[in-house]
Ligand binder design. Structure first.
Ligand code: UDP
Length: 438
């Protein structure tokens, strides 16, 4: 039986956020949480390290706890073969052609079945994140009827509108078992989910995490020094997993065009090699080959000691942040950069436009030529970058901080029915007798 490991949770206090978000918002969160005190909540996802979901849960779970909610975070236990399959599934759901076959279906089913065994059914609310573990609910319902009493939400961080039909058709019956599905924006909802209770919740960043908290200039300089990056020459940075959707090779092309105009330019390609991302290794090699002997291209990963503090320092040291995504869920890195007052040029995909508000907090670009034009303009006029940076920071304060996400989750829990009411059948209409996935 797999362990489906519980992730250790550090303490956080909502009161620390009061000076950042103000009295009214802080008090509203407390009022929302009050009736939910004591509710047992489980968030379940594929990995506790690398990528946006882990980033979000690391702040959300401790804040739920601080409000008296008994929140836990568990991650899947799965062999690397499963993550090969789930990455293919992820790509197919984002519209890439994948030769999906029955062996892949079986691997996914088997790992979901095994992980379901490691999940305690005695929670009031379950939030299952993304496609990797979406099948645990159907298995738990078969095993333990108490799970019918809980509320279940599937949180999808992807844009599923162009999903490969055979993969979506495979997944859909599992998703339809959930009481609620959560998407990042309404344009991401696959139209083929009839009757689903859909809630829209954009992700958010934690302004007090090591990744985002203000740090002294000296710390930034020390980090740059450790990686032989020159603080006195212009810096362009992209912080992203190495995968095709983030177009890391395209980033090097943009840099090369700009390097001809700005010979002192340095490029930081910052990536964490996540456990569930086998593609990262093949991209790592391709990136290093394309970078060749240009030592102004710095490939910086957790393998050479890059952790949250270093990412924070690199983002703050950058003159311009690039995010050359060609497909994106939300793109937390955009809010991270805006919060640091940095000008951003990014692909016009996924959740990026709602963060950048083209021309206000940053610029959307769709080709290498557009990226080099807009980044070039910012390198020439740093004053422009500072002006948009200020707008970006306030936009993030208003919309994309973890406290807003916390409020949204609390509101959803109210909408799904309070934990206290879970033992009365009347409080859970439609749950019993739901169709089961194959
Ligand atoms: N990230 C990181 N180290 C890296 C690369 C990325 O900590 O070397 C973090 C990044 O700061 C952000 C998250 O991983 O918080 C990526 O989230 P995003 O939504 O941008 O993309 P995803 O990886 O979920 O597609």
């Amino acid at each position: 039986m797999p362990a489906a490991t519980y992730v250790p949770i550090a303490a956080k206090s909502l009161e620390d956020y009061r000076p950042i978000i103000g009295e009214a918002k802080t008090d509203e969160i407390r009022a929302l949480a009050k009736p939910l005190e004591g509710a047992r909540v489980l968030h379940f996802n594929a990995t506790s390290f690398g990528g946006g979901v882990a980033e979000i849960l690391r702040s959300l779970i401790p804040l739920l706890r601080d409000l008296g909610i008994d929140a836990h975070w568990q991650v899947m236990d799965a062999p690397s073969e499963f993550f090969n399959v789930s990455k293919q599934m992820h790509n197919a759901l984002q519209g890439m052609f994948i030769p999906w076959n029955t062996a892949m279906s079986e691997t996914w089913r088997q790992v979901n079945r095994a992980n379901a065994e490691a999940i305690d059914s005695d929670y009031d609310y379950f939030f299952i994140h993304d496609p990797q573990p979406a099948g645990v609910l159907s298995n738990i319902l078969e095993r333990d009827p108490r799970a019918f009493d809980a509320r279940w939400a599937w949180r999808c961080h992807l844009d599923t509108t162009e999903s490969l039909p055979e993969v979506w058709d495979f997944l859909r019956p599992y998703i339809q078992l959930y009481d609620s599905v959560i998407f990042t924006q309404d344009t991401y909802v696959n139209g083929d989910l009839p009757g689903a209770e859909v809630t829209i919740i954009p992700p958010a960043i934690d302004p007090l995490s090591t990744k985002n908290v203000d740090i002294p200039d000296q710390v930034i300089r020390d980090v740059l020094d450790r990686y032989s990056i020159d603080p006195d020459r212009p810096i362009l940075a992209q912080v992203s997993r190495f995968d095709p959707w983030k177009d890391p090779l395209g980033v090097i092309d943009v840099y090369r065009e700009l390097k001809a105009r700005f010979p002192a330019l340095q490029l930081l390609m910052v990536a964490s090699m996540a456990d569930d991302d086998p593609e990262a290794w093949s991209f790592y090699e391709r990136i290093v080959r394309r970078a060749g002997e240009d030592y102004d291209i710095h490939v910086l990963t957790n393998l050479n000691g890059v952790a949250n503090l270093e990412v924070n320092a690199f983002q703050r040291a950058a003159d311009v942040i690039l995010q050359k995504s060609i497909r994106e869920g939300f793109g937390l890195v955009i809010s991270e950069a805006l919060w640091k007052g940095k000008p951003v040029v990014a692909g016009e995909v996924g959740g990026i436009p709602m963060q950048l508000m083209h021309g206000k907090a940053g610029w959307l670009a769709n080709s290498t030529a557009e990226f080099s034009r807009d980044v070039g303009a910012l390198l020439e006029d740093p004053g422009m970058g500072a002006r948009v940076g200020e707008i970006g920071r306030e936009h993030v304060r208003e919309n994309f901080l973890t406290t807003r996400l916390l409020a949204d989750y609390l509101k959803l829990m109210h909408k799904m029915g309070s934990g206290a009411a879970r033992h009365t059948d009347a409080a859970k209409p439609g749950r019993r007798g739901r169709p089961r996935a194959a």
